[in-house]
Design a binder for this molecule. Sequence first.
Ligand code: ADP
Length: 495
Amino acid sequence: MTAWPRTLYGRLVGILVVLMVSVSAFFVALTISATRLHLQEIDQTLNRDLATNIVHDNWLSPSESRDRGNFERSFDRLMAVNPAIELYLLDPEGRILRYSAPAGRVKRTAVSLAPVVKFLDRSRAPPILGDDPRDADGEKIFSAAPINDGTRLIGYLYAILDGEQYDSALHMVESSYLLRLTLGTMIGGVVLALAAGFLSFGLLTRRLGSLRAAVDQFNAADPHRPFGASDWIVREPGDEIDHLAATFARMARRIADQLTQLEGAAVARRALVASISHDLRTPLAALQGYVETVLMKEGTLSEEQRRQYLQLALQNSQKLGHLVEELFELSTLDGDERPLNVETFSLGELVQDVAQKFALRAREREVELRTAIESGAALVDGDIGLIERALDNLIDNAIKFTQPRGVVVVSVTAEAGRTIVKVSDTGRGIPAAHHADIFKPFYRVDRGGREAVEGAGLGLAIAWRIVELHGATIAVESIPGQGTTFSFWLAPAHA
Ligand code: ADP
């Protein structure tokens, strides 16, 4: 992990600390102010009648109140009983006449009578705050009582109750065990919550961190190496991080596969170009050779020799033409440029027609060409021209690779709702090692043999692509020395 706060962990921890500190500050402030109000309420309730009792118990008589010396003595007595109390004698307008505080401490000459009136008619529950004479702007809880001279109101006794004990929060915390306990518990809780938060965020982000490391490693390393096994163990069913890791692993595998495919395609393309050039060069060189010979030996060649050379030149040019045509056909089939011209037709009839077409060639090679069409074989949907081309290639191969007196059978059967075509021969067969490759362009089992002259290895590739375009596949079964069967299926026609 890099320096804070650039990591997710750093940010989460930062947010947690800020949240916890602000919430705790709010609660501390709330608790202190609630405690202050509560203490003031208790204090004022307990001392509600303090001023009344002082007045009624004649601690202060109206006559005494006029004599400052006596008054101060009475105050001193009272202060000795309860030093937390500050007493003030007010006239009916609230002006301070006498007080018990040391000289110089009193900052006001009068206090507001509104809270005193509220206090006296008991219309409001404590705490009621009145002006604090020792502080020009401050307010404190108090007790007050009217002083009457017979029936006439001559003033009020105003007693500030809490002195200076609730002024500072620190002082309050020091003096209240309950407050200390509450705040202590709260701080303990916050510390515990922070520790738990750090730990759980750490555990959560550690997995993200190791996923990131695995991704970085994948990015830096060989992209063919599949991501997953050693880098990251994906738990199933997992959370979002596991999901992310699984998705990334899939993506990485796809990238590796695509890379392999791309490289494979490049190799295949190079091989294809090499094969094309090689296969074009052979008949072209032969063609050139025969024509040159005819030209060079113009006068010396007999008419028959001349004809023979020209015949050979023609054969090679036909082969060249055939090869170019097959290449063009394969590239059109591969490029999806040729849309399928789908129609409904009878596969049985098509097979009969194609077999008819090859009858002469089979006879020439002394191969028996038979058809076996199951009666009731369904109609199929497909591109009749292309299917005929695929059949041409398969039957052509079967005749080509079968020795004289061999047999080629083309059958059409219906199996499990599909129409199956099989082209079987009693030829030399194809070793199993080649089965996967024979459908690749230019692939020939034995390039040096007779067939090297006869075919370029494109026939099966074209047939495969045609059947693939029809949503099906070609299968091959073969026993070397005994024969080969190529089969493919077509979907039945839609009603
Ligand atoms: P070609 O056009 O040269 O015949 P194909 O693509 O049709 O090429 O066939 C590829 C190779 O598969 C042939 O060269 C041949 O070796 C082998 N092959 C195809 N069909 C048969 C078959 N019926 N019997 C034996 N070998 C076959």
